[in-house]
Design a protein around this ligand. Structure first.
Ligand code: TYM
Length: 336
Protein backbone atom coordinates (compact mmCIF):
# COMPACT_ATOMS: atom_id res chain seq x y z
CA UNK A 1 0.00 0.00 0.00
CA UNK A 2 1.29 3.46 -0.96
CA UNK A 3 0.93 6.47 1.23
CA UNK A 4 -2.48 8.13 1.49
CA UNK A 5 -2.96 11.27 -0.54
CA UNK A 6 -3.49 14.76 0.80
CA UNK A 7 -4.79 17.73 -1.17
CA UNK A 8 -5.22 21.30 0.02
CA UNK A 9 -5.01 24.85 -1.26
CA UNK A 10 -5.01 28.55 -0.50
CA UNK A 11 -6.36 31.41 -2.59
CA UNK A 12 -3.97 34.09 -3.81
CA UNK A 13 -6.18 36.92 -2.60
CA UNK A 14 -4.05 39.31 -0.56
CA UNK A 15 -1.52 38.31 2.01
CA UNK A 16 -1.62 35.08 3.99
CA UNK A 17 -2.47 35.69 7.64
CA UNK A 18 -1.97 33.77 10.87
CA UNK A 19 -5.35 32.03 10.39
CA UNK A 20 -4.22 30.54 7.07
CA UNK A 21 -0.92 29.51 8.62
CA UNK A 22 -2.19 28.00 11.88
CA UNK A 23 -5.42 26.59 10.44
CA UNK A 24 -3.86 25.05 7.34
CA UNK A 25 -0.23 25.38 6.19
CA UNK A 26 1.47 24.66 9.52
CA UNK A 27 -0.49 21.39 9.72
CA UNK A 28 0.47 20.46 6.16
CA UNK A 29 4.13 20.88 7.10
CA UNK A 30 3.80 18.80 10.23
CA UNK A 31 2.20 15.78 8.57
CA UNK A 32 3.66 15.90 5.08
CA UNK A 33 6.24 13.15 5.55
CA UNK A 34 3.50 10.59 6.23
CA UNK A 35 1.51 11.33 3.05
CA UNK A 36 1.71 11.93 -0.69
CA UNK A 37 0.78 15.62 -0.79
CA UNK A 38 -0.55 18.04 -3.41
CA UNK A 39 -0.61 21.70 -2.41
CA UNK A 40 -2.24 23.99 -4.89
CA UNK A 41 -2.45 27.77 -5.26
CA UNK A 42 -6.11 28.13 -6.21
CA UNK A 43 -5.99 31.08 -8.58
CA UNK A 44 -9.28 30.18 -10.30
CA UNK A 45 -11.03 30.59 -6.96
CA UNK A 46 -9.39 34.00 -6.59
CA UNK A 47 -11.51 35.54 -9.34
CA UNK A 48 -14.83 34.64 -7.71
CA UNK A 49 -14.62 38.06 -6.06
CA UNK A 50 -13.48 41.18 -7.94
CA UNK A 51 -9.72 40.89 -8.57
CA UNK A 52 -6.83 42.89 -10.02
CA UNK A 53 -5.42 41.38 -13.24
CA UNK A 54 -2.19 43.40 -12.74
CA UNK A 55 -1.30 41.51 -9.57
CA UNK A 56 -2.91 38.06 -9.98
CA UNK A 57 0.17 36.28 -11.37
CA UNK A 58 2.50 37.91 -8.86
CA UNK A 59 0.20 37.12 -5.92
CA UNK A 60 -0.03 33.51 -7.12
CA UNK A 61 3.76 33.14 -7.20
CA UNK A 62 3.99 34.76 -3.77
CA UNK A 63 1.73 32.09 -2.25
CA UNK A 64 3.77 29.31 -3.84
CA UNK A 65 6.91 30.91 -2.38
CA UNK A 66 5.23 31.11 1.02
CA UNK A 67 4.43 27.39 0.89
CA UNK A 68 8.16 26.72 0.50
CA UNK A 69 9.04 29.34 3.12
CA UNK A 70 6.68 27.73 5.66
CA UNK A 71 8.45 24.39 5.20
CA UNK A 72 6.67 22.46 2.45
CA UNK A 73 9.27 19.92 1.40
CA UNK A 74 9.43 18.81 -2.24
CA UNK A 75 10.60 15.39 -1.16
CA UNK A 76 7.07 14.67 0.04
CA UNK A 77 4.94 17.33 -1.57
CA UNK A 78 4.00 18.71 -4.97
CA UNK A 79 3.27 22.43 -5.33
CA UNK A 80 1.36 23.70 -8.36
CA UNK A 81 -0.97 26.37 -9.67
CA UNK A 82 -4.61 25.46 -10.26
CA UNK A 83 -5.03 27.31 -13.57
CA UNK A 84 -2.01 25.47 -15.01
CA UNK A 85 -3.96 22.19 -14.95
CA UNK A 86 -7.03 22.63 -17.15
CA UNK A 87 -8.71 19.46 -15.83
CA UNK A 88 -9.85 21.52 -12.80
CA UNK A 89 -12.11 23.68 -14.96
CA UNK A 90 -13.31 20.78 -17.06
CA UNK A 91 -14.29 18.57 -14.14
CA UNK A 92 -16.09 21.55 -12.59
CA UNK A 93 -18.39 21.73 -15.62
CA UNK A 94 -19.15 18.03 -15.49
CA UNK A 95 -19.88 18.13 -11.74
CA UNK A 96 -21.96 21.32 -12.13
CA UNK A 97 -24.39 19.34 -14.18
CA UNK A 98 -25.07 16.87 -11.38
CA UNK A 99 -25.04 19.34 -8.45
CA UNK A 100 -28.44 20.63 -7.32
CA UNK A 101 -28.62 24.42 -7.19
CA UNK A 102 -30.06 24.45 -3.68
CA UNK A 103 -26.97 22.65 -2.31
CA UNK A 104 -24.89 25.63 -3.41
CA UNK A 105 -27.38 28.24 -2.24
CA UNK A 106 -27.16 26.72 1.25
CA UNK A 107 -23.41 27.31 1.60
CA UNK A 108 -22.67 29.69 4.49
CA UNK A 109 -19.63 31.27 2.80
CA UNK A 110 -21.67 31.96 -0.32
CA UNK A 111 -24.41 33.62 1.68
CA UNK A 112 -21.92 35.77 3.62
CA UNK A 113 -19.89 36.84 0.59
CA UNK A 114 -23.00 37.35 -1.58
CA UNK A 115 -24.42 39.72 1.03
CA UNK A 116 -21.26 41.84 0.80
CA UNK A 117 -21.41 41.99 -3.00
CA UNK A 118 -25.04 43.06 -3.29
CA UNK A 119 -26.42 42.90 -6.81
CA UNK A 120 -23.13 42.05 -8.47
CA UNK A 121 -22.82 38.47 -7.25
CA UNK A 122 -21.18 36.40 -9.96
CA UNK A 123 -22.11 32.84 -10.88
CA UNK A 124 -18.50 31.90 -9.98
CA UNK A 125 -19.08 32.71 -6.31
CA UNK A 126 -22.02 30.31 -6.20
CA UNK A 127 -20.02 27.68 -8.08
CA UNK A 128 -16.89 28.05 -5.91
CA UNK A 129 -17.53 24.84 -3.90
CA UNK A 130 -17.91 22.72 -7.06
CA UNK A 131 -14.52 23.94 -8.26
CA UNK A 132 -13.14 23.08 -4.82
CA UNK A 133 -14.70 19.60 -5.04
CA UNK A 134 -13.07 19.16 -8.45
CA UNK A 135 -9.67 20.14 -7.02
CA UNK A 136 -9.95 17.45 -4.38
CA UNK A 137 -11.54 14.71 -6.47
CA UNK A 138 -9.15 14.88 -9.43
CA UNK A 139 -6.37 13.57 -7.18
CA UNK A 140 -8.37 10.69 -5.62
CA UNK A 141 -7.64 12.43 -2.33
CA UNK A 142 -7.88 10.64 1.03
CA UNK A 143 -7.57 13.59 3.39
CA UNK A 144 -8.05 17.36 3.15
CA UNK A 145 -6.36 19.42 5.91
CA UNK A 146 -8.18 22.76 6.26
CA UNK A 147 -9.48 25.25 8.84
CA UNK A 148 -12.92 24.96 10.39
CA UNK A 149 -14.54 27.36 7.89
CA UNK A 150 -14.10 24.81 5.06
CA UNK A 151 -16.00 22.01 6.76
CA UNK A 152 -19.27 22.64 4.95
CA UNK A 153 -17.50 22.70 1.56
CA UNK A 154 -16.00 19.29 2.34
CA UNK A 155 -19.39 17.88 3.27
CA UNK A 156 -20.67 19.13 -0.07
CA UNK A 157 -17.71 17.46 -1.82
CA UNK A 158 -18.67 14.17 -0.18
CA UNK A 159 -22.30 14.62 -1.23
CA UNK A 160 -21.17 15.20 -4.82
CA UNK A 161 -19.05 12.01 -4.76
CA UNK A 162 -21.97 9.95 -3.50
CA UNK A 163 -24.31 11.41 -6.09
CA UNK A 164 -21.83 10.91 -8.92
CA UNK A 165 -21.04 7.34 -7.96
CA UNK A 166 -24.76 6.62 -7.53
CA UNK A 167 -25.58 7.86 -11.03
CA UNK A 168 -22.54 6.75 -12.98
CA UNK A 169 -20.29 4.22 -11.25
CA UNK A 170 -20.76 0.50 -11.65
CA UNK A 171 -20.90 -1.34 -8.27
CA UNK A 172 -17.48 -2.96 -8.74
CA UNK A 173 -15.77 0.14 -10.07
CA UNK A 174 -15.16 3.27 -8.01
CA UNK A 175 -14.77 6.43 -10.07
CA UNK A 176 -14.39 9.10 -7.40
CA UNK A 177 -12.94 8.60 -3.93
CA UNK A 178 -14.72 9.87 -0.82
CA UNK A 179 -12.34 12.33 0.91
CA UNK A 180 -12.16 12.95 4.66
CA UNK A 181 -11.74 16.41 6.20
CA UNK A 182 -8.76 16.82 8.51
CA UNK A 183 -9.45 19.68 10.90
CA UNK A 184 -7.20 20.08 13.92
CA UNK A 185 -8.83 21.49 16.96
CA UNK A 186 -6.19 24.03 17.90
CA UNK A 187 -5.76 26.84 15.40
CA UNK A 188 -8.72 25.70 13.28
CA UNK A 189 -10.42 29.01 13.91
CA UNK A 190 -8.09 31.94 14.55
CA UNK A 191 -10.10 35.01 15.48
CA UNK A 192 -9.82 38.66 14.48
CA UNK A 193 -7.57 40.96 16.55
CA UNK A 194 -10.28 43.60 16.63
CA UNK A 195 -13.16 41.28 17.58
CA UNK A 196 -12.56 37.93 19.26
CA UNK A 197 -15.93 36.62 18.12
CA UNK A 198 -15.17 37.06 14.39
CA UNK A 199 -12.88 34.88 12.25
CA UNK A 200 -9.55 36.40 11.15
CA UNK A 201 -10.15 36.96 7.45
CA UNK A 202 -8.48 38.34 4.32
CA UNK A 203 -11.70 40.09 3.39
CA UNK A 204 -12.00 42.11 6.63
CA UNK A 205 -11.61 45.76 5.52
CA UNK A 206 -9.45 46.51 8.58
CA UNK A 207 -5.77 45.59 8.28
CA UNK A 208 -5.62 45.85 12.09
CA UNK A 209 -7.81 42.73 12.36
CA UNK A 210 -5.12 40.34 11.11
CA UNK A 211 -1.39 39.65 11.27
CA UNK A 212 0.01 38.76 7.88
CA UNK A 213 2.90 36.34 7.55
CA UNK A 214 4.95 39.02 5.80
CA UNK A 215 4.21 41.88 8.20
CA UNK A 216 7.42 43.58 9.38
CA UNK A 217 8.14 43.56 13.15
CA UNK A 218 6.99 47.15 13.74
CA UNK A 219 3.66 46.42 12.04
CA UNK A 220 3.17 43.30 14.18
CA UNK A 221 3.97 45.30 17.32
CA UNK A 222 1.50 48.02 16.32
CA UNK A 223 -1.32 45.54 15.62
CA UNK A 224 -0.85 43.70 18.92
CA UNK A 225 -0.57 46.94 20.85
CA UNK A 226 -3.93 48.11 19.49
CA UNK A 227 -5.74 44.76 19.50
CA UNK A 228 -8.98 44.33 21.43
CA UNK A 229 -8.70 43.16 25.05
CA UNK A 230 -10.95 43.18 28.12
CA UNK A 231 -10.71 44.94 31.48
CA UNK A 232 -9.92 41.77 33.45
CA UNK A 233 -6.50 41.04 34.94
CA UNK A 234 -5.08 37.54 34.50
CA UNK A 235 -5.48 35.65 31.22
CA UNK A 236 -7.35 32.41 30.68
CA UNK A 237 -8.29 29.91 27.99
CA UNK A 238 -11.81 28.68 27.20
CA UNK A 239 -13.86 31.32 29.00
CA UNK A 240 -16.71 32.10 26.56
CA UNK A 241 -17.04 35.54 28.16
CA UNK A 242 -13.42 36.32 27.17
CA UNK A 243 -12.96 35.43 23.47
CA UNK A 244 -9.96 37.76 23.03
CA UNK A 245 -8.13 36.19 25.95
CA UNK A 246 -8.65 32.70 24.52
CA UNK A 247 -7.63 33.72 21.01
CA UNK A 248 -4.44 35.57 21.98
CA UNK A 249 -3.33 32.88 24.41
CA UNK A 250 -3.89 30.30 21.66
CA UNK A 251 -1.71 32.31 19.28
CA UNK A 252 1.01 32.52 21.94
CA UNK A 253 0.75 28.78 22.59
CA UNK A 254 0.86 27.67 18.94
CA UNK A 255 3.63 30.05 17.88
CA UNK A 256 5.86 29.48 20.91
CA UNK A 257 5.48 25.70 20.80
CA UNK A 258 4.53 25.63 24.49
CA UNK A 259 1.75 23.43 25.84
CA UNK A 260 -1.63 24.78 26.88
CA UNK A 261 -0.85 24.09 30.54
CA UNK A 262 2.47 25.93 30.33
CA UNK A 263 0.86 28.98 28.76
CA UNK A 264 -2.10 28.93 31.18
CA UNK A 265 0.31 28.96 34.13
CA UNK A 266 2.68 31.50 32.58
CA UNK A 267 -0.13 34.00 31.91
CA UNK A 268 -2.67 33.46 34.67
CA UNK A 269 -1.48 36.41 36.73
CA UNK A 270 -0.48 38.68 33.88
CA UNK A 271 -2.15 41.94 32.96
CA UNK A 272 -2.56 42.83 29.28
CA UNK A 273 0.29 45.35 29.53
CA UNK A 274 2.66 42.53 30.37
CA UNK A 275 1.20 39.96 27.97
CA UNK A 276 1.16 42.07 24.81
CA UNK A 277 4.96 42.53 24.55
CA UNK A 278 5.39 38.80 25.24
CA UNK A 279 2.99 37.90 22.41
CA UNK A 280 4.67 40.43 20.13
CA UNK A 281 8.08 38.79 20.66
CA UNK A 282 6.59 35.32 20.11
CA UNK A 283 4.96 36.30 16.82
CA UNK A 284 8.00 38.17 15.49
CA UNK A 285 10.32 35.29 16.37
CA UNK A 286 8.04 32.65 14.81
CA UNK A 287 7.60 34.59 11.57
CA UNK A 288 11.26 35.63 11.09
CA UNK A 289 12.50 32.36 9.55
CA UNK A 290 9.46 32.25 7.24
CA UNK A 291 10.06 35.82 6.11
CA UNK A 292 13.78 35.20 5.50
CA UNK A 293 13.15 32.06 3.46
CA UNK A 294 10.39 33.81 1.51
CA UNK A 295 12.82 36.54 0.44
CA UNK A 296 15.38 33.94 -0.62
CA UNK A 297 12.82 32.04 -2.73
CA UNK A 298 11.44 35.22 -4.33
CA UNK A 299 14.98 36.27 -5.24
CA UNK A 300 15.45 33.06 -7.22
CA UNK A 301 12.62 33.21 -9.73
CA UNK A 302 14.00 30.47 -11.95
CA UNK A 303 14.00 28.03 -9.00
CA UNK A 304 10.38 28.86 -8.19
CA UNK A 305 9.43 28.47 -11.86
CA UNK A 306 11.09 25.07 -12.02
CA UNK A 307 9.22 23.93 -8.88
CA UNK A 308 5.91 25.01 -10.43
CA UNK A 309 6.70 23.49 -13.83
CA UNK A 310 7.53 20.16 -12.24
CA UNK A 311 4.41 20.43 -10.03
CA UNK A 312 2.18 21.08 -13.03
CA UNK A 313 3.44 17.99 -14.88
CA UNK A 314 3.05 15.73 -11.89
CA UNK A 315 -0.42 17.05 -11.04
CA UNK A 316 -1.59 17.00 -14.64
CA UNK A 317 -0.76 13.32 -15.13
CA UNK A 318 -2.97 12.29 -12.19
CA UNK A 319 -5.74 14.82 -12.86
CA UNK A 320 -6.10 13.82 -16.51
CA UNK A 321 -6.38 10.19 -15.59
CA UNK A 322 -9.32 10.88 -13.25
CA UNK A 323 -10.93 13.20 -15.78
CA UNK A 324 -10.80 10.46 -18.43
CA UNK A 325 -12.42 8.00 -16.02
CA UNK A 326 -15.16 10.49 -15.15
CA UNK A 327 -15.91 11.22 -18.81
CA UNK A 328 -15.98 7.52 -19.66
CA UNK A 329 -18.37 6.86 -16.76
CA UNK A 330 -20.64 9.66 -17.97
CA UNK A 331 -20.75 8.16 -21.42
CA UNK A 332 -18.51 10.50 -23.41
CA UNK A 333 -16.74 9.34 -26.54
CA UNK A 334 -12.96 9.52 -26.21
CA UNK A 335 -11.01 12.00 -28.37
CA UNK A 336 -9.79 10.38 -31.62
P1 TYM B 1 -8.60 30.34 1.81
O1 TYM B 1 -7.53 30.91 0.98
O2 TYM B 1 -9.76 31.23 2.18
O3 TYM B 1 -8.03 29.76 3.17
C1 TYM B 1 -6.92 28.89 3.16
C2 TYM B 1 -6.91 28.00 4.39
O4 TYM B 1 -6.85 28.80 5.58
C3 TYM B 1 -7.87 28.39 6.47
N1 TYM B 1 -8.31 29.58 7.25
C4 TYM B 1 -8.33 29.64 8.57
N2 TYM B 1 -8.00 28.73 9.51
C5 TYM B 1 -8.11 29.11 10.81
N3 TYM B 1 -8.53 30.35 11.20
C6 TYM B 1 -8.88 31.29 10.29
N4 TYM B 1 -9.26 32.49 10.68
C7 TYM B 1 -8.78 30.94 8.90
N5 TYM B 1 -9.02 31.62 7.75
C8 TYM B 1 -8.72 30.76 6.74
C9 TYM B 1 -8.98 27.84 5.58
O5 TYM B 1 -9.84 26.98 6.28
C10 TYM B 1 -8.19 27.14 4.51
O6 TYM B 1 -7.83 25.84 4.93
N6 TYM B 1 -11.74 27.22 -0.34
C11 TYM B 1 -10.41 27.19 0.24
C12 TYM B 1 -9.32 26.98 -0.79
C13 TYM B 1 -9.46 25.72 -1.58
C14 TYM B 1 -9.24 24.41 -1.08
C15 TYM B 1 -9.45 23.55 -2.21
C16 TYM B 1 -8.89 23.89 0.16
C17 TYM B 1 -9.78 25.60 -2.90
N7 TYM B 1 -9.76 24.30 -3.29
C18 TYM B 1 -9.33 22.17 -2.08
C19 TYM B 1 -8.77 22.48 0.26
C20 TYM B 1 -8.99 21.65 -0.84
C21 TYM B 1 -10.22 28.50 1.02
O7 TYM B 1 -11.09 28.99 1.62
O8 TYM B 1 -9.07 29.06 0.98
Amino acid sequence: MGRQRIFSGVQPTGNLHLGNYLGAIRNWVEIQSQFDNFFCVVDLHAITVPHKPETLAQDTYAIAALYLACGIDLEYSTIFIQSHVSAHSELTWLLNCITPLNWLEDMIQFKEKALKQGENVGVGLLDYPVLMASDILLYQTDKVPVGEDQKQHLELTRDIVNRFNHFFAKPDQRVLKLPEPMIRQEGARVMSLTDGTKKMSKSDPSEMSRINLLDPPDEIAKKIKRCKTDPIRGLEFDNPERPESNNLLTLHMLLSGKTKEEVATECQEMGWGQFKPLLTDTVIEALKPIQDKYQAVMNDKSYLESVLRHGKHKAEAIANQTLTQVKAAMGYSMPL
